[in-house]
Structure formats: structure tokens, C-alpha cells
Design a protein around this ligand. Structure first.
Ligand SMILES: [Zn+2]
Length: 286
């Protein structure tokens, strides 16, 4: 069935034709992509701090969360500024969380890694757009859920919207030349697992008398389906549930509490599974 088909292989060898087989050309591309990815990582850092606090991520300029001083553009360069200022505010010298540095570096590296993986497995180049968006979305959702036990709507709704936009603009990623076919496939890929989980969440809560699955997790899977396709959403759900159960059991044992009373954030496990799918998905399912 078409819906269960994975992202297709490119019909021409774009990695070779664009010259990425030459080390100097590849090195230049990787440096540019690392800078690009770490800039988006910098934006994700803003989302991680502001979204759970219900602050706008676009209106206010970046400022020190301790003294409130606006951060100048030259102190806001991803990766570099953190190293130059040794992770401190220029005005009040308050130390910043190493999260800023880690997220920027990891986003840069993941952007590069996915570019190389897509090239070497000859995936359709358009998959870079939805793949990179998925990486950003997973990083933000995982980190916010780990810290605040929520996956904000401000994150999941834009991810769904961007998934549908990517499908419409780059329908070849969905194995079709028609934009409306791709959008319909993306919609179905998100809504099928999303509705299934919504029913599970409602029935589970009635039976167990407590929340068994957060709505943020339901929306996360819906957005994942719209970005990665149905096989990706199902894998994310399966691998996320499995690793989450193992993580929850380990957590309960370490705290010496019963499993029933141990609640862990599901988001980081789902996010890690979605990232894993980006790298192994088209190797295990075609
Ligand atoms: Zn400051």
C-alpha cells in the first residue's frame, strides 16, 4: 500500500553530480551546513527556554535571563560566542547553562550527519527539508518535555503545518509528482496514528482513572507522521514506547518506588526514536 511505502530513492545520483565525492567540496558543504544547523540550534534554545514559560519566541530580542541586558549580535553567534565569553553573560558575568552550547553543537552535527546519510543512501534531496525540521522539532520537544513534562502546542502545531508545506512544495519526497497527493498522504500519515492514540488516551484515562498518555505525545506522533510518513510515525511510537518502558522501569528501580507511582516524560524517548528513524528508516523499510 502506498501509505506504508517509505521515502523513495532518488532517480539520479545527486551526491555525485553535485561533486560531494570530492573531499574539498564535501568539506566546504559540511562547514556551511554545520553553521546553518547551529544557527537553528540557537533558535531552538530560545524555544526551549521561552515556550514552557509562554513567552513569544520572535517578538522580544535575546536577553540575559539574569540581568535582562539585551545580547548584542556579536555575543549571539552560535557556538563561537559561548566559547569566547566562556559561557558567561558579558554584562553581569552570570554563568549560562551549558545547554546553549550543547544544543548548538549537536544540531550542527546532526544536520551534517543527516546530509551525508541522505547523500550516501541516495535519498531524494528534498528529504533534507523535512528531515532537518524533524531534527529541530525532536530536539525542542524532547528537551522541553524532560524539563517541564509538556510538549507545547506552540511546537507541535507549527511542526504539523511545516510537514504539510514540505509535502506540498516537495511532493517527490512522498513518491509522487502531484502536490495534493503528497499533502493528502502527509495528512493521512499524521492523522491515522494520531487518532488511534487519541482514542487510546481517552479510553485509557477512563479505565485507569488517571492520565495514561499526554495530549502532547499524541500531537507529537501526529506531527512526526506528517514529516516522516506513516512508517516513521509507527516506528517512533513503537521504539519510543519500548525505550520509555525500559527507562521507566530503571527509574522506578533506582528510586525504589513502584512502577505505578513513577511517571517519566515520554517525549525524550519519542524524540530520540524519531531521530533514529531518520538515520535507519530507509535501511529497515523500503
Ligand atoms: Zn546578564
Amino acid at each position: 500500500m502506498f501509505l506504508f511505502q517509505n521515502m523513495p530513492v532518488s532517480s539520479y545520483d545527486w551526491w555525485f553530480r553535485a561533486g560531494f565525492v570530492y573531499p574539498s567540496c564535501l568539506a566546504f558543504a559540511l562547514i556551511a551546513i554545520f553553521v546553518f544547523g547551529s544557527c537553528w540550534g540557537s533558535f531552538i534554545n530560545v524555544c526551549i527556554w521561552r515556550m514552557p514559560r509562554r513567552e513569544s519566541v520572535v517578538s522580544a530580542p535575546s536577553h540575559c535571563t539574569v540581568c535582562g541586558t539585551d545580547i548584542r549580535w556579536y555575543d549571539n553567534l552560535p557556538v563561537v560566542s559561548y566559547l569566547v565569553l566562556r559561557g558567561r553573560c558579558r554584562a553581569c558575568h552570570a554563568p549560562y547553562s551549558c545547554r546553549y552550547f550543547v544544543v548548538e553543537v549537536v544540531m550542527g552535527l546532526l544536520f551534517c550527519a543527516f546530509f551525508v546519510k541522505a547523500g550516501l543512501t541516495n535519498q531524494v534531496p528534498g528529504v533534507l527539508a523535512s528531515g532537518w525540521i524533524m531534527l529541530l522539532f525532536a530536539m525542542a520537544a524532547g528537551w522541553i518535555d524532560a524539563g517541564h513534562r509538556i510538549i507545547p502546542d506552540a511546537l507541535t502545531y507549527p511542526a504539523m503545518f511545516l510537514g504539510l508545506v514540505c509535502a506540498g512544495v516537495l511532493p517527490e519526497v512522498w513518491g509522487t509528482a502531484k502536490w495534493y497527493r503528497a499533502v493528502l498522504l502527509a495528512l493521512a500519515s499524521g492523522l491515522i496514528p494520531g487518532l488511534f492514540l487519541a482514542v487510546f488516551a481517552i479510553v485509557g484515562e477512563k479505565l485507569a482513572g488517571r492520565e495514561v498518555l499526554g495530549w502532547g505525545d499524541v500531537k507529537f506522533i501526529t506531527a512526526t507522521g506528517m514529516l516522516l510518513g506513516l512508517p516513521g510515525a509507527l516506528f517512533t511510537l513503537f521504539a519510543g514506547s519500548l525505550s520509555g518502558s525500559v527507562g521507566g522501569t530503571v527509574c522506578a528501580l533506582r528510586r525504589r518506588r513502584s512502577l505505578r507511582h513513577t511517571a517519566i516524560a515520554f517525549g525524550p524517548f519519542l524524540a530520540a526514536s524519531a531521530v533514529l528513524w531518520l538515520f535507519v528508516g530507509n535501511l529497515i523499510c523500503r
